[in-house]
Design a protein around this ligand. Structure first.
Ligand SMILES: *Cc1c(COP(=O)(O)O)cnc(C)c1O
Length: 394
């Protein structure tokens, strides 16, 4: 494997928050597809779907243009009446909640438990009661930490057939001994440039439900009858039917060829993330007021994010820490600005009595540090030294 290596900086090392790792075989595969003349959905997509389904232990996988589209298509395929309520974490990416709206459903925000940043059984039950019993739920595995999908479904009073997972961070996550991908009705993955299996853009729906997979496969391409993409292949007929009001959200063969090549390196990249996380834990252990990410009691964390919490004993607010690290060339991020703090969501739904105190507290303290397979041990030490130096306990 040859990596696209960065320029070496002599004096001050800068550590960007994220960098996209593309293996050499991905570049070659993309070039071969471009040269083949078949650029849209085709045989490479079919192969990627088969390999991806096997990798996550699901019966079927349907490749789409993004995780946002995957969530919308999976929710549409549930066939719920328009206006049905769907529980969604208050601390997730805006696209997830937009997808609920675009599917004709109503997002109902669930507060989070501040140390994990995810809904727990209590906040889930509260939110479900607030909408007189939710009709469905979107479960997020924040940063790659396993969420107990079955326990959350039970807390919401829902069967697993009404649960869709947002696994944008969770390729490689295990809940107990089961990989994320076949735990609920449908699981949605992202291949966005910064995610653990980067393609640039792209998404996948995995499911054990053949009927749901077929519906998503139709709806991703205008609702045209199955395998309409074949109509320009030799022997493909021109006739097709349109069975649903679909989206234009198919994946191209160029994307799929990159994804297939990247998938071969995934296990190695995950091990690298685990090593870097152990180093972060070692270096940051004992810094006052800095709470380190929880390790799952059982199951496996996919370590998409390494998010610490900057607590009052640290002596500086998280925002100040972001600026201090930025001044040293270290990129960080915050996952996520809670949805109720974004204008569009504020205008859609009134804050419930008491608001979302867990999400507000988590938002105030969370800080995501650089974590990707191209990071060196020296990079991690640079980040940890800067963070330790920023602590100002009284
Ligand atoms: C990135 C992300 C998405 C959206 O993924 P796209 O492939 O960019 O549409 C959805 N949910 C979460 C939690 C994400 O981080």
């Amino acid at each position: 494997m040859t990596l696209l290596e960065p320029e070496t900086l002599a004096v001050q090392r800068s550590v960007p928050f994220a960098r996209t790792l593309l293996c050499a075989e991905a570049l070659q595969a993309a070039q071969a597809v471009l040269a083949s003349g078949w650029l849209t959905t085709g045989p490479e997509v079919l192969r990627f779907e088969g390999e991806f389904a096997a990798a996550v232990g699901a019966r079927r996988a349907v490749a789409v243009s993004s995780c946002t589209a995957a969530i919308e298509l999976a929710l549409r395929a549930l066939g719920l009446p328009e206006g049905s309520s769907v529980l969604v974490s208050a601390m997730t990416f805006c696209g997830a909640a937009h997808a609920i709206r675009h599917a004709g459903l109503v997002p109902v925000l669930v507060d989070v438990e501040p140390s994990s940043g995810m809904p727990d059984e209590a906040t889930t039950a509260q939110a479900s009661a607030r909408c007189d019993g939710a009709d469905a739920m979107l479960v997020v595995h924040l940063g790659g930490a396993p969420a107990d999908v079955a326990a959350l479904a039970a807390a919401a009073g829902l069967g697993l057939d009404r649960v869709v997972e947002d696994a944008a961070h969770a390729l490689g996550t295990r809940v107990g001994d089961r990989p994320v991908g076949g735990l609920s009705r449908a699981t949605c993955f992202s291949f966005y440039a910064t995610k653990n299996l980067p393609i640039g853009e792209g998404g996948m729906v995995t499911t054990d439900d053949d009927d749901l997979a077929d519906r998503v496969a139709r709806a991703r391409l205008h609702g045209m009858s199955k395998d309409a993409w074949r109509r320009y292949l030799p022997g493909g007929g021109w006739r097709y039917d349109v069975e649903d009001a679909g989206l234009k959200a198919n994946m191209t063969d160029v994307q799929a060829s990159i994804g297939r090549a990247q998938l071969h390196h995934f296990a190695t990249w995950q091990r690298r993330r685990e090593e870097l996380v152990s180093l972060y834990d070692e270096e940051l252990h004992g810094v006052p007021g800095l709470a380190l990410p929880m390790r799952p009691e059982d199951g496996r964390h996919a370590w998409h994010l390494y998010a610490v919490r900057v607590q009052p004993a640290f002596g500086r607010h998280r925002d100040e820490v972001v600026d201090l690290l930025q001044a040293r060339g270290i990129g960080t991020s915050v996952h996520f600005i809670p949805l109720h703090r974004l204008s569009w969501f504020r205008n859609c739904a009134p804050l419930p009595v008491g608001g979302y105190p867990g999400a507000d507290l988590a938002y105030d303290q969370r800080l995501s540090l650089p974590l990707h397979p191209l990071l060196s041990e020296a990079d991690v030490r640079t980040v940890c030294d800067a963070l330790s130096a920023a602590a100002s306990p009284r």
